[in-house]
Design a protein around this ligand. Structure first.
Ligand SMILES: Cc1cc2nc3c(=O)[nH]c(=O)nc-3n(C[C@H](O)[C@H](O)[C@H](O)COP(=O)(O)O)c2cc1C
Ligand code: SF4
Ligand code: SF4
Length: 251
């Protein structure tokens, strides 16, 4: 089975490509996390999990899902991390989770994809992002070959100091900085509700024909990047910045 979490489509793109190559469907984990129904998976075969790196670790939506869902004992679990530069401590986070859940850890592979975190950074020019995607496709094909042959993905070793410091910074970031107070819709908003539909955490509602952000945000950047009118801003920092329209974005 191939599971994914994705804000702006990069991980969805990777998951669908892998799923197609192994003759399966790519499953969006938010189908389960939105309903809060605890799934119990029983299928045999390999399991692949695709998810972005957030603050040098897997997005919490995926680690929560892995901790909470039921999987067959001892299944082989592969992890693919999409990131703009580095997957950070992700391999250690996933290998520990596998140990806790009784899954066989088959390694983590990073796929460099375009930057989507426009609240903090700037995505590259369209042509540069196309180039990144072309290189990513070659890497995805290499990873597919390893999975199909049942090989372990090579994975970097994480030192205990790097692990503890990164986890500490990440926890603070989630607690104190992943807020929605700075999101607002400008007068360019046409009340199309796309932001409501693309939010993987169902964190946006409409009031008086304008989006309103709740408190469950994971800063995935789906709403701000996918608004068809570029009507969403995150404070002043995103004004005039290009939005990232990735492959497989939208719902
Ligand atoms: C909240 C947030 C944190 C991020 N942190 C990192 C990071 O630590 N390292 C990195 O290389 N990329 C980071 N990125 C970039 C994403 O990992 C990358 O663009 C990813 O492919 C987005 O996947 P998606 O389109 O499936 O959501 C971050 C993006 C977001 C939104
Ligand atoms: S996606 Fe953009 S235009 Fe559509 S409702 Fe949301 S803010 Fe308004
Ligand atoms: S509110 Fe926007 S940034 Fe936050 S989780 Fe939803 S789509 Fe992502």
């Amino acid at each position: 089975m191939v599971f994914y979490f994705s804000g702006t489509g990069n991980s969805r793109f990777v998951a669908r490509r892998i799923a197609k190559a192994v003759g399966q469907e790519a499953v969006d984990i938010t189908a389960y996390t939105k309903t809060m129904e605890r799934p119990e998976f029983t299928e045999s075969g390999v399991y692949v999990f695709v998810c972005p790196s957030y603050m040098s670790a897997p997005a919490r939506a995926m680690t929560d899902f892995l901790g909470w869902a039921g999987f067959p004992e001892g299944i082989k679990a592969y992890f693919i991390v999409t990131c703009a530069a580095s997957m950070g401590i992700t391999p250690k986070v996933y290998s520990e989770l596998c140990e806790q859940k009784g899954l066989e850890y088959m390694g983590s592979a990073q796929v460099e994809m375009p930057q989507n975190y426009i609240a903090l950074f700037t995505t590259k020019k369209v042509e540069e992002n196309i180039d990144i995607l072309e290189k990513a496709e070659i890497e995805i094909d290499r990873i597919i070959g390893l999975i199909v042959n049942g090989e372990v993905l090579e994975t970097k070793k994480i030192g205990s100091l790097e692990y503890s410091v990164t986890k500490w910074v990440r926890d603070i970031y989630y607690k104190d900085f992943m807020k929605t107070k700075k999101f607002k819709a400008t007068d360019k908003c046409i009340a199309c509700r796309k932001c409501v539909k693309v939010c993987p955490l169902s964190n946006i509602t409409m009031k008086d024909n304008r989006p309103v952000w709740g408190n469950k945000c994971t800063h995935c950047m789906a709403c701000i990047n996918q608004c068809p009118k570029d009507a969403i801003e995150y404070g002043k920092g995103t004004v005039g910045k290009p939005r990232y329209k990735g492959p497989e974005s939208g719902v």
